[in-house]
Ligand binder design. Structure first.
Ligand code: ZN
Length: 254
């Protein structure tokens, strides 16, 4: 019997510690985008039909195709290892050794239990060692891991570990605050609640450094942090409404 040798697909999260990986069938990653889109369009059309919708209606006719493209190319883009942002770092020539905080990075993700949106903000910080990075790369790392079916705890961890690896420093902090539409639209129907998760790695586990980070993102008063030492850091506010648009945080290194 002829056995078709498939090219070994790239592994999605091989660098992440056990438990932090997205549960994925690695063999499925290699399937071409068009095949995935076609299959999902077919299956989503069946869901719509099962709900009783008439797909001959000209408003609905293209929905399965539109839905499938959106899933594969946008909302779940982070399941494609080729899309992992390539992070070019630069030598830390200015010997900047304080924390750098990038705050208010917009976050669009999707809950893996209900497939409904998770919308919020991420704040990330790192203390450079020998390398620094173009600032919008921090946004891109957040966005890549957000574009998967997620639970917020794992998303927080994935971003922290990816940044440690890309920036070659153990000193990384991530804070995410987000609304889950599965909590707002169904079940308990609480539109006001916000879920907060955080990851403190390396020196961010030291209370004084952690407090400075929390002050920088406005979670504790700066007086409290000032008592622990001088507040020396660079804070960059993310103004981006969409990645790739001109409003994104600009930086000479970018
Ligand atoms: Zn959910």
């Amino acid at each position: 019997m002829l056995k078709i040798q498939r090219k070994q697909p790239p592994s999605l999260d091989s660098f992440l510690p056990e438990g932090a990986e997205t549960p994925i069938r690695d063999e499925a990653l290699g399937a071409p985008t068009e095949v995935k889109v076609e299959r999902i369009a077919d299956l989503f059309g069946q869901i719509m039909e099962t709900l009783g919708l008439d797909l001959r209606d000209d408003s609905l006719r293209e929905t399965p195709q539109r839905f499938a493209k959106m899933y594969v190319q946008e909302i779940f883009r982070g399941l494609d290892p080729q899309q992992r942002p390539r992070i070019a770092t630069f030598e830390n020539r200015y010997q900047y050794k304080q924390m750098l905080v990038e705050r208010d990075i917009r976050l669009h993700s999707c809950c893996e239990h209900h497939f409904l949106p998770i919308l919020g903000r991420a704040h990330v910080a790192y203390i450079p060692d020998r390398h620094v990075v173009g600032l919008s790369k921090l946004n891109r790392v957040v966005d890549y891991y957000a574009r998967r079916p997620q639970v917020q705890e794992r998303l927080t961890q994935q971003i922290a570990v990816a940044l440690q690896q890309d920036l070659e420093t153990p000193d990384v902090a991530v804070w995410i605050e987000a609304s889950h539409l599965c909590v707002a639209m169904r079940g308990i129907q609480d539109e006001a609640s916000v879920t907060v998760t955080s990851a403190y790695e390396g020196r961010f586990r030291e209370p004084a450094i952690q407090l400075q980070f929390l002050a920088a993102i406005g979670k504790v008063g700066s007086e409290a942090a000032a008592q622990t030492g001088p507040l020396a850091m660079l804070i960059q506010e993310s103004k981006s409404s969409a990645l790739g648009d001109k409003g994104e945080s600009s930086d000479a290194l970018d």
